[in-house]
Design a binder for this molecule. Structure first.
Ligand SMILES: *Cc1c(COP(=O)(O)O)cnc(C)c1O
Length: 366
């Protein structure tokens, strides 16, 4: 059986080292913000070429605490996309700000910079580009627009840990990078976890305080915060897995290359890759005509696909009334929701299996 993603296989391939690291942490008696968290923050900052990294308890909170650290809240607008995990919109709405949704580029599925300009208003405080499926957005254009308009950029890096844009690690390009270690992500914990990276010391300090009620090192406060720490045991697991991330991402790239070279079906459109980037293929998403048929036929062969995402965020029941859509029209986002099909993709997937999946797909006709 193969699945769209498969975190258990990742645990199994590093089982001994992970269990050893958990055991050492249990024996240390240090369970909150101990050595494992600070070591992971140090190593992760280095990995991303960022100056500071602050561990938090999820990717959603990484975005939420970033917005708060930039004083963004009620009355403010944040430009983002709706072709993303609900987490992106959830964090913006939790901050009290209004998500302003722009459409995506049909070629790469990422935020369309041309549409950002039209969406900027006096209330715009930040842009949150989402490096969807592991591919970097057009950061050059996005940063240019942001800098010209004095707007912050928070990169949603949840799906793209290790990805690069023009030779730079994503997360280190905008003012802040927000990461998730949800188990299926390229760098996955065995539970929840998240990280904020930045080159700005003030922002890093403010987030380090707000993840813990607003406490500073002497447990004094100047403003309230919340409880959103990165768990010590998750950090112990992540310290092990970070060592293998580059290798694992390269395995994902090889699987993507296999799909790319073998899949040939007139009802399937393969994803395209931007120039000058390193795509880390968090998800391998094709556009499929007759999607439901593809899913059920592959299922008969024990190949389980996914859909990311069947309903765009701005159309979700609890979310629609909070979103502002400048020209009331998101044709690419809406089109993709009906076509996107996620094929199996995880480092432990054998190339032989990817080949088999490709040939099965090629044999499906209508
Ligand atoms: C996973 C994800 C997040 C954050 O997820 P958490 O479950 O809160 O860690 C944010 N944005 C995107 C695009 C994601 O895929």
């Amino acid at each position: 059986m193969v699945f769209a993603s498969y975190p258990l296989s990742q645990f199994k391939s590093h089982r001994k080292e992970i269990l050893e690291s958990i055991k050492n942490t249990l024996d240390s008696g240090n369970y909150i913000l101990g050595n494992q968290v600070s070591l992971f923050e140090k190593n992760f900052a280095k990995y991303c070429d960022a100056k500071y990294a602050v561990g938090v308890n999820s990717g959603t909170d990484a975005i939420l605490l970033s917005l708060k650290a930039l004083n963004i809240g009620p009355g403010d607008e944040v430009i983002t996309v709706s072709h993303t995990a609900l987490a992106t919109l959830s964090a913006i709405i939790s901050s009290g700000a209004t998500p302003v949704i722009v459409d995506i580029e049909k070629t790469f599925f990422t935020m369309d910079p041309i549409l950002i300009k039209k969406a900027i208003s006096k209330r715009t405080k930040a842009i949150i580009p989402v490096h969807i499926y592991g591919q970097a957005c057009n950061m050059k254009e996005i940063m240019k627009i942001a800098n010209n308009n004095n707007i912050f950029v928070i990169e949603d890096c949840a799906q793209a840990t290790g990805a690069e844009y023009n030779g730079k690690k994503i997360g280190s390009i905008g003012h802040i990078g927000a990461f998730s270690f949800y188990p299926t992500k390229n760098l996955g914990a065995i539970g929840d976890g998240g990280m904020v990276v930045t080159k700005n010391k003030k922002i890093a300090n403010r987030i380090a305080q707000s993840r813990q009620f607003g406490w500073d090192d002497s447990r004094n406060t100047i403003e309230p915060g919340q409880s959103s720490r990165l768990d010590e045991i998750q950090a112990a697991i992540l310290n092990v897995k970070l060592k293998y991330l580059s290798k694992d991402n390269n395995k994902r790239i090889r699987i993507a290359n296999t799909y790319e070279s073998l899949i040939n079906n007139k009802f399937i459109e393969l994803p395209k890759q931007r120039k000058n980037i390193k795509h880390v293929h968090h998800l391998y998403v094709v556009l499929a005509e007759h999607r439901d048929e593809f899913i059920s036929r592959l299922k008969k062969d024990n190949i389980f696909c996914g859909i990311h995402y069947p309903v765009p965020g701005h159309l979700h029941g609890g979310y629609d009334k909070y979103c502002k859509i400048p020209n009331n029209n998101l044709p690419v986002t809406n089109y993709l929701a009906s076509r996107v099909l996620t094929l199996p993709m995880y480092p432990e997937l054998k190339l032989q299996e990817a080949k088999k999946i490709s040939l099965k797909i090629n044999n499906i006709s209508f």
